[in-house]
Design a protein. Sequence first.
Length: 193
Amino acid sequence: MRRTATAFVSVLGIALLTATTGCSITGPGGTGTGPTASPSASASAPASADPGPRDEAARLQYLIEEEKLAHDVYQRFAQLWGEQVFSNIMASEVTHQQLLVPLLASKGIPDPRSTSAGVFSDPEIQGLYDQLVQQGSASVIEAYKAGVTIEQKDIADLSADLKTTTDAATTTVMERLLAGSQNHLQAFESHLT
């Protein structure tokens, strides 16, 4: 059963890689605008000093919510600023979540994502969402900086997780997410130069 699930995830990953150039497919995502950010949130978030949870189930649940965070923030900024980069990367974040869904399912790990935009089960991710939306609502430049923060955090978390992951299917998915985040980081940085 596990070998079949691993093969399925590998085939799915390859199919998605083949079907998506630059992670540009669209798909269902959260809708709405999410909660209003708290006035006490600071203007920027650190890139991740703590690589996040270490147990496999918690790590994968954290990663899928982190991808949802990126989607929901970029959705909010696309609505607010109308910049194409947010719409493009938002669509890519749907692909990233779709890569993680079968991995969670194959391991019997519950999907923690809310169907509501801007709502997260992990309090750290919820706080980061609120903080980044507040930051990026100030100006389009601050929105690009918030995008940089998200992608730097994703890169740091994925890099740390890849050092401790031994499962081949998980490694394949994480490497794909890491490559996508590196591309997204470059896209946001190009708007700041």
